[in-house]
Design a binder for this molecule. Structure first.
Ligand code: FE2
Length: 164
């Protein structure tokens, strides 16, 4: 079973963000699989760098969308991103210096907990701002999803319990 599994209840209402989250989950699963299968250090190091790079790219995209929507939560949201950006970057650098020194059990647990909590508690708060500013979001090349009606609050909390 992958470290993280995406489901429609994790949708935040922006197609590019949803597909980023799916790609990030898949990169995290790749790192985990490579560690379990004791792949070469160069392979694991390269997967960790890809994960760190894509994490940076994804957070920059989310922050840009929040900026054009004038979402008042941007500064606070960015602080969450800054902490994970630093953590993933640190793990990648630490692995490059000392591959045996990285605690991958801790890394796996942290990824699982951080992403589900962040998406369901923080990222979903963007949804009303994105919907109210769909034209501005589209103008920067991001496409809001049209149908967000199927996602109920109850389903979100059930999913959170299930995922954790
Ligand atoms: Fe976020």
């Amino acid at each position: 079973m992958p470290v993280l599994e995406w489901s429609p209840s994790l949708s935040v209402g922006v197609a590019s963000i949803d597909s980023d989250h799916q790609l990030l989950f898949s990169l995290i699963a790749d790192v985990d699989r490579a560690v379990q299968e004791k792949e070469e250090t160069s392979v694991i190091g390269s997967l960790l760098r890809s994960l760190a790079d894509y994490t940076d790219y994804h957070f920059a995209r989310e922050e840009r969308i929040m900026e054009v929507c004038a979402d008042p939560a941007l500064a606070n949201h960015k602080e969450y991103h800054d902490r994970l950006r630093a953590e993933v970057g640190d793990v990648s650098h630490h692995y490059a210096d000392d591959p045996d020194g990285v605690d991958f059990d801790h890394f796996r647990g942290m990824m699982r907990e951080w992403w589900v909590d962040h998406i369901l508690r923080v990222d979903v708060m963007m949804k009303p701002f994105v919907l109210a500013n769909a034209d501005k979001v589209a103008a920067i090349g991001e496409m809001p999803l049209v149908d967000l009606s199927g996602i109920e609050e109850d389903a979100l909390s059930e999913d959170l319990e299930w995922q954790i």
